[in-house]
Ligand binder design. Structure first.
Ligand SMILES: NC(=O)c1ccc[n+]([C@@H]2O[C@H](COP(=O)([O-])OP(=O)(O)OC[C@H]3O[C@@H](n4cnc5c(N)ncnc54)[C@H](O)[C@@H]3O)[C@@H](O)[C@H]2O)c1
Length: 333
């Protein structure tokens, strides 16, 4: 590996920095000694809260604004030596209920950020999604795989297309205008601070188990996923951009350990010590129109390991325990 990110970057901009992954990344960057500015419109604040007060000497500026505001984006990028672009309308449920705003922020907002970086030669890391693989060719999903999406009346795919647009734009700006660009496809990031109301499966299961309510599994339950702690993701993102050299790159970031959604519900029950029943429901009955289920999804991690090495990840049971503790603390507050 070349210079570590903490040596290379002293002033970083994190768009979406008050969100779930963004707040973990901000904490990581502050701990590495960087000065951090976040740009967030506050539309979906989750996260751990940026932990400025816990770090004497940490330097953080939280700007309330939108990536749709080009002047604001240009001014902040001009002041940064690296940008992590996470701001987005996130998740399948969000695109189903609010497709227009999602497409706007994820495409026009991303264009504003990437072009501002290209104008100034500022390295940028862009968080894309495993959604881009769609139904996928075969698991594990590899960065060079062909992409298999459904038709546009299945609204779900709008999120994937918006994320793919950002990848393609970044690669084009890298090839034609020399933008230093890393795109990562994130696979099910989890941990304390993630909102249960966005439909993300693990916080939803834990919230139900803690409350003693039925854990609702969208059928058939045999679909398999992998889960990675947001702190492990922050570590990977920081290392990837800090050691980036040469042409644009696309890297899967996730865990290689998969589990079926039904088994995940069992694990949650066992770790939380809950008596909640597990109910399998037809997703068509509970999800908004335009939803289609994807069978299996987990990443091929060869490229990530070649770039940042093999790292010890937070185990799933520990993650479930942390989310349960945060959920109990939240409901007691
Ligand atoms: N969490 C996951 O499992 C996962 C998986 C794949 C990809 N991702 C990607 O990772 C990134 C972070 O996701 P997250 O899970 O932290 O979601 P999140 O919703 O917690 O964070 C996104 C942040 O962006 C902010 N935002 C939304 N619109 C904005 C705008 N117009 N201007 C400025 N800020 C705006 C929101 O307020 C929020 O704080 C996103 O780009 C998402 O697509 C996440």
């Amino acid at each position: 590996m070349t210079l570590s990110a903490s040596h290379r970057f002293s002033r970083v901009l994190i768009t979406g920095g008050e969100g779930f992954v963004g707040s973990h990344l901000a904490a990581h960057a502050l701990a590495a000694g960087a000065e951090v500015t976040t740009l967030d419109d506050g539309s979906s604040i989750g996260g751990t809260g940026v932990p400025q007060h816990t770090m004497p000497g940490a330097r953080l500026t939280a700007v309330r604004g939108s990536v749709l505001d080009r002047d604001c984006v240009n001014a902040l990028v001009a002041d940064a030596d690296a940008v992590f672009h996470l701001a987005a309308r996130v998740g399948v449920r969000r695109i189903l209920v609010d497709p227009l705003a999602t497409l706007d922020v994820n495409t026009i907002g991303t264009q504003n950020v990437l072009e501002a970086c290209a104008d100034r030669g500022v390295p940028v890391l862009y968080t894309s999604s495993s959604e881009v693989y769609g139904h996928g060719a075969c698991v594990p999903f590899t960065e060079s795989d062909p992409i298999l999406l459904g038709s546009p009346d299945q609204t779900r795919w709008g999120y994937a297309v918006s994320k793919l647009h950002g990848e393609l734009l970044g690669f084009a700006l890298a090839a034609h205008r020399g933008l230093p660009f890393v795109a990562v496809r994130l696979f099910n990031v989890v941990g304390p601070g993630q909102r249960a109301d966005q439909g993300m499966v693990l916080p939803r299961f834990v919230a139900s188990a803690v409350a003693g309510e039925p854990i609702v599994v969208h059928g058939p339950g045999t679909q398999r996923r992998s889960f990675i702690h947001a702190a492990d993701v922050a570590d990977a993102l920081w290392s990837l951009l800090g050691s980036h050299e040469g042409p644009a790159e696309l890297v899967n970031v996730g865990s290689g350990d998969w589990i079926s959604i039904h088994d995940l519900a069992e694990r949650v029950r066992s770790v939380v010590g809950s008596e909640s029943p597990i109910r399998i429901v037809d997703p068509d009955r509970v999800m908004p129109h335009g939803f289609v289920e994807v069978t299996d999804r987990w990443p091929n991690l060869e490229r990530l390991r070649a770039r940042v090495g093999q790292r010890q990840l937070v185990p799933l049971d520990t993650i479930i325990g942390q989310i349960a503790a945060a959920t109990r603390a939240g409901s007691a507050a």
